[in-house]
Design a protein around this ligand. Sequence first.
Ligand SMILES: Nc1ncnc2c1ncn2[C@@H]1O[C@H](COP(=O)(O)OP(=O)(O)OP(=O)(O)O)[C@@H](O)[C@H]1O
Ligand SMILES: CC(C)(CO)[C@@H](O)C(=O)[O-]
Ligand code: BAL
Length: 286
Amino acid sequence: MQTVTELVMLRKAVATLRADGSTVALVPTMGALHEGHLTLMREAARQADRVVASIFVNPKQFGENEDLDAYPRQLARDSALLEEEGVALLWAPLVDEVYPEGFATNVSVGKFSEHLCGADRPGHFDGVATVVCKLFNQVAPDMAFFGEKDWQQLAVIRRMARDLDLMLPRAGAIYGVPIVREPDGLAMSSRNAYLSAEQRADAAALPATLRKAAELVAEGHPWSAIASAAREDLLESGFERVDYLDLRDSDSLKALDSDNGNARLFVAARIGGTRLIDNLPIRAAN
Ligand SMILES: Nc1ncnc2c1ncn2[C@@H]1O[C@H](COP(=O)(O)OP(=O)(O)OP(=O)(O)O)[C@@H](O)[C@H]1O
Ligand SMILES: CC(C)(CO)[C@@H](O)C(=O)[O-]
Ligand code: BAL
């Protein structure tokens, strides 16, 4: 695996990968890789001849009081994991390479960015859209892979690619990969590393509460009652705050009060100061 940190070198390396007509998949990450990320790499390798991974802890998507400085950085370990997965190229730029002096552009995807995580993290999805737009232009991949754990992020990126006619061959070239979970159901996430043993055990209440709520929605119980009981359950299980617990259409992300056949539950909650997110389609409960 080749690692490049400068844009001129990236362009040369991608051209070399493509020289024999190979297709190229991009898997953007912020590093601190876990099995969820590696599943994205494997899925990308199934669909494309060559996989390019990026590792960049993007300052523009962190709010002022968020964990930019504390975010885990472990490039040597991550490189070894990517090498084992057969990733061809690692793009690991420094902040100045991505945002040189004078950088002034912001990509904002309107209403998709305003609710759910966007409400609690103002500017977050502008930061994500801006960096992903740049990554698409830098690597110019045939396809790109993102996790469904960050469902809203995937919706924002797909909307941006369509709206800006980004040079992916087709909208379907942005693949969503199902959530990879720990044995107790907790969605894998780099931020799980912040949890103490006790918080980690309590955090299993998040997927369990979602599953139970999804079953009740599928059975036709009123959403308002389900939502308040589920919030109670989370608070009793050790979460100190529920940022949101919403029933929404999976595609439009519009709020719902009952299943429309395409409904999905979305949750963000905090435990020991760590903000965890998850989502689950109602049809999984049927
Ligand atoms: N459990 C998971 N299952 C599937 N995809 C995942 C999972 N966790 C992360 N991903 C995906 O990996 C990509 C890179 O994510 P990122 O590097 O932010 O990791 P993360 O574990 O989501 O970190 P964080 O704790 O910051 O949310 C994203 O497309 C994300 O959706
Ligand atoms: C897509 C992404 C790499 C952009 O920084 C990040 O938001 C992430 O890791 O999900
Ligand atoms: N995994 C999404 C990136 C973030 O939380 O900043």
